[in-house]
Design a protein around this ligand. Structure first.
Ligand SMILES: [Ca+2]
Ligand SMILES: [Ca+2]
Length: 170
């Protein structure tokens, strides 16, 4: 009946995502599998385009950036964490810092600077990001959070035999 007992087998299932161990080859194989990658990207694009006008606004695309966990990632220079650090509460950024980050990422996506991200921009930028992530990972597996339904989860599921899932509980 102690607190310790309660933690074993009775963890509250918080369905926010999984901590996964990814290595570069997993991510690269996914990003270079044209069919699987395009299909996953297109699906994500459609789900983000909430007003159905065929382009993504800053507001619409933001959930995708959040799923990519860019705060942890910084474009191909993943912040490698120990298990303890992963389990530690995240360092809170100010809203301004977070907004500035997402704005700069949006500008990277919006290559023709019309303040909208179209499907081609979305595909090509995500592919570059995934390849940069793959380069950053190399052969050193990275432990990171992957939201259910998020893009990196697609990469993980693409080659499940090299990946390990375990639930995040807060
Ligand atoms: Ca839209
Ligand atoms: Ca654009």
């Amino acid at each position: 009946m102690g607190m310790d007992d309660a933690r074993v087998g009775h963890e509250e299932e918080v369905d926010v995502g999984s901590v996964v161990v990814l290595d570069g080859s997993t991510v690269r194989e996914f990003a270079t599998d044209e069919k699987a990658f395009t299909s996953a990207i297109d699906k994500m694009f459609a789900s983000l385009d909430s007003n159905g006008d065929g382009v993504l606004s800053r507001t619409e695309i933001r959930p995708a950036f959040e799923r990519l966990n860019l705060e942890e990632m910084r474009f191909g220079v993943p912040v490698t964490k120990t298990t303890d650090e992963v389990n530690a509460p995240p360092v809170t950024k100010t809203t301004d810092e977070v907004n500035a980050l997402y704005d700069s990422v949006f500008d990277t996506f919006d290559t023709d600077h019309n303040n909208k991200v179209d499907l081609m921009e979305f595909r090509s930028q995500l592919k570059e990001i995934f390849l940069a992530i793959a380069d950053g990972l190399g052969f050193a597996p990275l432990t990171m959070m992957v939201e259910h339904g998020g893009l990196l989860q697609n990469a993980v599921e693409h080659e499940t035999n090299t990946c390990y899932f375990w639930p995040i509980t807060n």
